[in-house]
Design a protein around this ligand. Structure first.
Ligand SMILES: Cc1ncc(COP(=O)(O)O)c(C=O)c1O
Length: 397
């Protein structure tokens, strides 16, 4: 066999998001792009802020000597300082340049964190439904994913997390705002999780990490403020990126921020920098590091996503769908009307609507809609969502 068994198995279980995206491409060839309503992939449709484009042009016109060379593996000092300043302002805690490691997106950042902390067979606890790539990132580094179910409203089930923590546990990974549900964890649940981790760390006589994937941190609605996990648990590692808040997913720019009071801080940072280097990233993209440094307080027009959330949520409710109202990110995760989510998603596909079955996120019986799309895509798809609801008698004819 030419390829590893692990990769072969992974390929056979191919990503549902990719599968639906690719089937969508075929449908588009058949019916024309404008007649297919593609909600399969979480690819931001908004353009990056115009200030970024301006800065890019300015840099191209006035290049800095050496700007394309190798740099420290943790990234440019100026960029890390700018992010540390922002984090200090945001948290009231003392973040410095040394707390920040620039990474190749949040995906690169998560791989770096797992590589740094995991020994063979150690476990990362992940609430499910979840972003499926987490499994591969953890397994890349010899670890094991340990899934725990959330409550019905997708909030954290602390009892389940408590039951799952054991001798092999290295960290709990939370993602807020959440892909695929759009849920934002509230202060009480994060404080509860922090207390649990403190108690379990004492009991197990080792410090458990809390890894917080906040790739959608600035995409929140209804004026809510995202709780600051750093305030509750000192051994927190935040992983984030500018893929969503500045609409730069193709540019692969993100960072890891380690809480100032994190245990064995210096050793952890050295490990992160080493992993960034030896996983082959070497450093995060140079050009992007320069461009995002002054944009720490900027983001795309979140209101635009919020309006789409409102349109979809209210329409789906009206059609009879059972759905939790998302408070962030750009996903909504309704229950499928029939039990089999793959059959249901096919039914929507017959209306030229592309979504992803919940089993692609560890939760059969649901489906994910990514609404980082043009408004006309949502408007075009609403009659199809309604017809399917009618077919299964959620609403009258
Ligand atoms: C929850 C979550 N984490 C991480 C990522 C990876 O993002 P990035 O483009 O920053 O690598 C994604 C991308 O969709 C995501 O949904």
């Amino acid at each position: 066999m030419a390829i590893s068994k692990r990769v072969k198995d992974a390929l056979e279980g191919a990503s549902w998001v990719r599968r639906m995206f690719e089937e969508g491409e075929e449908l588009k060839q058949l019916h024309g792009e404008e007649n297919v309503y593609d909600f399969s992939i979480g690819n931001p449709n908004l353009e990056p802020p115009s200030s970024l484009k301006k800065a890019l042009k300015e840099l191209a016109d006035n290049p800095i000597a050496g700007m394309h060379r190798y740099m420290p593996n943790s990234g440019y000092s100026e960029t890390r300082k700018a992010i540390a300043e922002y984090l200090t302002e945001e948290t009231g805690l003392r973040f410095e340049e040394k707390n920040v490691v620039m990474t190749v997106g949040a995906a690169g950042g998560l791989n770096v964190v797992f590589k740094s902390i995991l020994d063979e067979g150690e476990e990362i606890i992940v609430p499910s439904p979840y972003f499926m790539e987490f499994r591969f990132y953890i397994e890349n580094c010899g670890g094991r994913i340990r899934l725990v179910q959330t409550n019905d409203d997708f909030s954290l089930n602390l009892k389940e997390i408590e039951k799952a923590i054991g001798a092999r546990t290295k960290a709990v990974l939370v993602n807020t705002p959440h892909n695929p549900t759009g849920v934002v964890y509230d202060k009480e649940s994060l404080m509860g999780l922090s207390e649990l981790l403190k108690a379990k760390s004492r009991e197990l006589k080792k410090t458990l990490y809390l890894i917080s994937d906040e790739a959608y941190r600035r995409i929140v609605y209804d004026g809510i403020e995202l709780p600051m996990i750093f305030h509750y648990y000192p051994h927190t590692i935040r992983v984030t990126s500018h893929s969503k808040d500045l609409s730069l997913p193709g540019e692969r720019i993100g960072y890891i921020a380690v809480g100032p009071e994190c245990e064995d801080f210096d050793e952890l940072i050295s490990a992160l920098v080493f992993a960034n280097r030896t996983l082959g990233f070497v450093n995060a993209p140079a050009l992007m590091q320069r461009l995002v440094a002054p944009l720490q307080r900027n983001s795309v027009k979140v209101k635009d996503y919020e309006e789409k959330r409102d349109l979809l949520y209210h329409s789906l409710k009206e059609f009879g769908y059972d759905v939790v109202k998302p408070q962030g990110a750009f996903y909504i995760f309704p229950k499928t009307i029939i039990e089999d989510d793959v059959v249901f998603v096919k039914e929507l596909q017959s209306k030229r609507i592309l979504t992803v079955p919940g089993r692609g996120f560890g939760k059969p019986g649901y489906f994910r809609i990514s609404y980082a799309v043009e408004k006309r895509v949502i408007e075009g798809a609403l009659p199809g969502f309604k017809e399917v609801a009618k077919k299964y008698r959620l609403i009258g004819k």
